[in-house]
Design a protein around this ligand. Structure first.
Ligand code: ZN
Length: 421
């Protein structure tokens, strides 16, 4: 048993090797640039835009995304499985106008885990490939959407390529959705499908507007990534996922500064993590540190010598690669780690210590457990105490009157599950 800061570097007690450094090294800013430029080349990716052309509109964009995933599937020796999920939706076109009936298509890469259960523990990484111009109903004008959200889509595609050549215990889903700008339609459909099928999603990350390093406020920040997470009551799996991400980034991607934001999303705005969070799935949203509103949801134009529009030239490929590595480290660690323990019980009332016990992780890879605790007002776990095969531990001198506790499972390489309470 030991007590050390919970964000202690990997290797403390770890004996096995991790593929995470290899995955992170494979993430390529050049490939990310090629993908963003390709997505921008379709002129507009409005959800109700052209679908028959091979060079223009959302149909061409989704077929290209599918082809990109199929190339990653080929490189993975067929382990990555590519599919599409199509459904009809009505989108509002404004007062006095008939709603448009459109087909929305999610493009999905599925990497089966060694658990060999397609509905078992699954982690989802998401970006939306639809875009919009100044008016949300304008299906014709240029809507390059380089940052919003070709950047997030490129993150998903790059991770599909980098991760699908490795083996994970849990399933991984690389999800490219449309209809985001019309009310999160693609992500909502996928989340409802997963819930109705009984898919156990243990974590979901959406990447949306993850390419800009200079905000409209003039601030340049090439390291900070905002991570939005909301809590529902005392048990807050989405916020725990955010903590897990910050800790994983601290271990594997020290160049990134994860700014935890304890809100659902930016003020009065939304993203594709919301339908998942609302279902109780741990889900977070990543966004650049400083947005530039002259470049989002704008018609491409020059006004008083100022360039407006969501153009490739305003995206930092190194920053998108940094975001991809943070996703890769978090998803990699969670999917490699044993499943979390369950049924956490505490004996703590009217005592000077806290006794925890739990039902073991079902994973055969489990090498031990870590009990973590923090002051109730602290954002991150502050202390950790480890055991090997035991499923009970008493923390002397620490009371649950003033602390929160969690338990996570660890494998021999030091990959940690989400802490559960
Ligand atoms: Zn967006």
């Amino acid at each position: 048993m030991q007590d050390r800061p919970s964000d202690a570097g990997v290797g403390s007690g770890a004996t096995g090797a991790s593929p995470i450094p290899v995955i992170l090294a494979e993430v390529s800013p050049e490939r990310i640039r090629a993908r963003i430029e390709r997505l921008v080349s379709f002129h507009t990716r409005h959800t109700a835009s052209e679908t028959r052309s091979e060079t223009r509109g959302i149909g061409a964009a989704r077929r290209w995304i599918e082809a990109d995933l199929r190339e990653s599937a080929r490189l993975s020796g067929g382990r990555l499985q590519v599919s599409t999920q199509a459904f009809d939706a009505e989108i509002r076109m404004g007062r006095g106008r008939e709603p448009l009936e459109v087909e929305i298509v999610n493009v999905i890469g599925f990497l089966p885990g060694t658990i060999a259960d397609p509905k078992g523990r699954t982690y989802v990484v998401c970006g939306h490939y639809d875009s919009r111009a100044g008016s949300s109903r304008d299906v014709e004008s240029a809507a390059p959407g380089a940052d919003d959200d070709a950047s997030g889509t490129a993150v998903v595609l790059e991770l599909a390529r980098a991760m699908s050549r490795h083996e994970f215990e849990a399933n991984l889903v690389f999800l490219c959705v449309a209809g985001e700008e019309q009310g999160l339609l693609g992500s909502k459909h996928y989340a409802e499908w997963a819930e109705s099928e009984g898919v156990l999603i243990d974590g979901m990350i959406t990447n949306d507007i993850v390419g800009g390093v200079v905000g409209g406020n003039g601030v340049r920040d090439e390291r900070t990534i905002r991570c939005y997470s909301e809590a529902e009551g005392l048990h807050s799996p989405s916020r725990e996922l955010a903590r897990t991400m910050k800790a994983a980034a601290g271990r594997w991607v020290p160049a990134a500064n994860i700014q935890l934001v304890f809100r659902l999303d930016r003020f009065q705005r939304g993203g594709d993590h919301i339908p998942f969070h609302r279902m109780g799935v741990p889900a977070v949203r990543l966004t650049e540190a400083n947005e530039h509103y002259g470049r989002q949801h704008q018609d491409v134009r020059i006004e008083d010598g100022v360039q407006y529009g969501d153009l490739v030239e305003f995206v930092s490929m190194e920053y998108v690669a940094l975001v991809a590595r943070v996703n890769g480290a978090t998803l990699g660690e969670l999917a490699l780690a044993p499943a979390p323990p369950s049924n956490i019980r505490m004996r703590a009332a009217v005592r000077y210590d806290t006794e925890l016990s739990w039902t073991p992780s079902p994973s055969s890879s489990v090498a031990g457990y870590e009990v973590v605790w923090r002051d109730t007002a602290a954002p991150m776990w502050e202390h950790v105490s480890a055991v090997t095969q035991e499923t009970t531990l008493t923390i002397d001198g620490v009371t649950a009157d003033t602390h929160f506790f969690g338990v996570r499972a660890v494998d021999s390489a030091g990959h940690r599950s989400r802490a559960v309470r």
